[in-house]
Design a protein around this ligand. Sequence first.
Ligand code: IPE
Ligand code: IPE
Ligand code: MG
Length: 247
Amino acid sequence: MSAVPNAPPATIPHHVAIIMDGNGRWAAQRGLPRIEGHERGTDNIRRITFAAGELGIKCLTLWAFSTENWRRPPDEIRGIMRILGEVILRETEELHRQGAQLRHIGSLDGLPDDTRRAVLEAIELTKANNKLVLTLAFNYGGRQEMVEAIRALVAAGLTADEIDEPAIARFLYTRDLPDPDLIVRTSGEHRMSNFLLWQAAYAELFFTPILWPDFGPDDLCAAVAEFGRRERRFGRVSAELVSDPTA
Ligand code: IPE
Ligand code: IPE
Ligand code: MG
């Protein structure tokens, strides 16, 4: 059965990135421990990945843990790491069958060994797939990404003249990914919180109050439909203004 209930919107963004926020509040609203929210939020990854594939989205990036999330209580961090390792072990075969290629952006340093191993094995298993590129942003921070890029660029011996926008992009974690067309943030927060700072330069932003565990295929469809109504000008004047004889 299709996960996408209505007729799919006409304009499909090539790359959608999601800030999966609101797991803690979802749990608190039900009197549950925060970790239950993370369990339910992680379960939602399968549903949204499937819906994204059905909609024809080619790249889906999901942010699960930020470099700043290390500031949380150790118990919560340990729980999130455990859940991530488990979900990768549990879901990789199915993702592989569906033709999804799993990637990771962020740093694998500091992760528990088994979590890191699970991520690397899933990447290796699925590397030849091309139906959907599913990138997990885990232990990801935009500023850290830029610091690492600049270090690598210096280590590679680039001269000042050789440094331009494409050169910088080649040193980011996202070197093999197009910039996101649409960034969705759940849970009602209206901020980027250090996500894809360079890559988001011209992304359309979509904010919804829905908490991540409740964000379903219909909501993804609504975000994509809204994307289709936006006019992306990339600094130019609008097509309508250009063709207006009085303009
Ligand atoms: C998002 O949900 C998951 C992570 C940041 C790891 P939160 O845990 O931030 O949920 P809220 O924002 O407290 O509701
Ligand atoms: C951003 O959410 C990180 C992820 C969703 C993975 P946070 O909940 O950490 O962001 P802030 O602290 O509210 O800005
Ligand atoms: Mg949050």
